[in-house]
Design a protein around this ligand. Structure first.
Ligand SMILES: [Mg+2]
Length: 373
């Protein structure tokens, strides 16, 4: 298969509500949310789609950097190349954009990687799961995301989620320890019995995290995600020695190498698998497989991608057989989505179906509407 063209569509998608994490807004009802779609066409005229969802409040990548990196560096390096395997694709991209402390510009690389998976699925008339010869089960449970500091609103959302049949909650904390604990307590009481994941997005110091972890343990929270800044693996190991609640690492693990370092330092019980931070399906799958073999638990998440990114992630989590409800809530924040046909989403569940590749049809009208210069 020879790559003939790579088209990049920087988009601002309209949002239904704001989305905040401890480091700030990652999507705004007024301004919309930055997404980048990529279309790769081969010499036979077949194509595949991929998505990047950069947020400068979550990592250093932006809509501008993703667009420029693909157009200026990846496209000239990949056009005309025969793509036989994904290790080679990543070698080419990693030669163009070097690593920093960990993989360089993984979100831009993920858009190319997922578009190629989609294209190869189309060419071979197989779903992603079939390409990987994975399990055939194609239903994914979602967790409901709560990202507000207003306790009343959080309780209302938790109650709604339970009523709608969600199996898990993901609550964003990492702002103020006592207020965070107060909110988690209220939410837990409003929606008992659900899988309960709290995510501090690097918001605490070691002392704050230990204080919060001990309270969360008493409240029966299932897992405490990324309490400290990403590069503080020793701090996470210290927390693990002092508390019993499982500690999950998300922003600390971008690559198989990061995962191995975290494992060697005993810094986590659980690894959060996300295809965009891990530069796409190929390397996220490797991370998931290593974590599984190492005896770690797995959680699945996304960076609020639209339905295209959700579909790619859902294929991955289905393959990895992640049992805890996964955090793939991007489409629920959006007022409109460039995917016109794709996996069926009902409240709390995604049904992948048997369409080839990622299983999504992208609307060119919507792309045109939301493309920004
Ligand atoms: Mg997280």
């Amino acid at each position: 298969m020879i790559i003939s063209s790579i088209e990049v569509f920087p988009l601002t998608l309209p949002m239904l509500q704001d989305f905040r994490i401890s480091s700030g807004s990652v999507g705004d009802k007024q301004a919309g949310a930055p997404h980048v779609y990529v279309k790769i066409t081969d010499k036979d005229g077949m194509n595949g789609w991929g998505e990047a969802r950069p947020s400068h409040r979550w990592s250093y990548e932006t809509i501008e950097s993703v667009t420029a990196t693909i157009n200026t560096y990846f496209t000239p390096a990949l056009i005309g190349k025969r793509i036989d395997n994904f290790s080679y694709v990543h070698q080419v991209m990693n030669r163009e954009i070097k690593s920093g402390l960990t993989v360089g510009q993984p979100i831009a690389k993920a858009a190319i990687d997922t578009a190629l998976h989609d294209l190869i699925g189309q060419r071979n008339k197989k779903t992603i799961g079939e390409l990987w010869m994975g399990p055939t089960n194609s239903t994914i449970n979602l967790s409901y995301l709560i990202s507000t500091r207003d306790v009343k609103e959080a309780v209302q959302k938790a109650t709604d989620a339970k009523t709608k049949g969600y199996k898990g909650l993901d609550v964003k904390i990492g702002f103020d320890p006592d207020h965070d604990i107060y909110m988690v307590d209220a939410v837990k009481e409003a929606a008992p019995g659900l899988f309960f994941r709290v995510d501090a997005n690097q918001g605490y110091t070691v002392a704050q995290a230990i204080y919060v972890a001990k309270k969360l343990e008493k409240l029966g929270v299932d897992v405490f995600e990324q309490p400290l800044i990403a590069n503080n693996l020793l701090g996470h190991a210290e927390i693990r020695r002092k508390v019993h609640i499982p500690i999950a690492l998300d922003e600390s693990i971008w690559s198989p190498g990061d995962l191995l370092q975290a494992f060697r330092l005993e810094a986590c019980d659980t690894a959060v698998i996300k295809l965009t931070k891990m530069a796409g399906l190929h390397r996220a799958k490797i991370c998931g497989e290593i974590a599984r073999e190492a005896g770690l638990d797995l959680l699945g998440g996304g960076l609020t991608e639209s339905t295209l990114g959700l579909a790619a992630s859902a294929h991955l989590f289905n393959y990895l057989q992640i049992s805890a409800p996964v955090d793939l809530n991007g489409p629920f924040f959006l007022a409109d989505d460039p995917v016109s046909e794709g996996p069926v989403r009902e409240e709390g569940t995604v049904f992948l179906g048997d369409r080839y590749g990622l299983g999504c049809k992208v609307s060119s009208d919507k792309l045109q509407n939301y493309t920004v210069e």
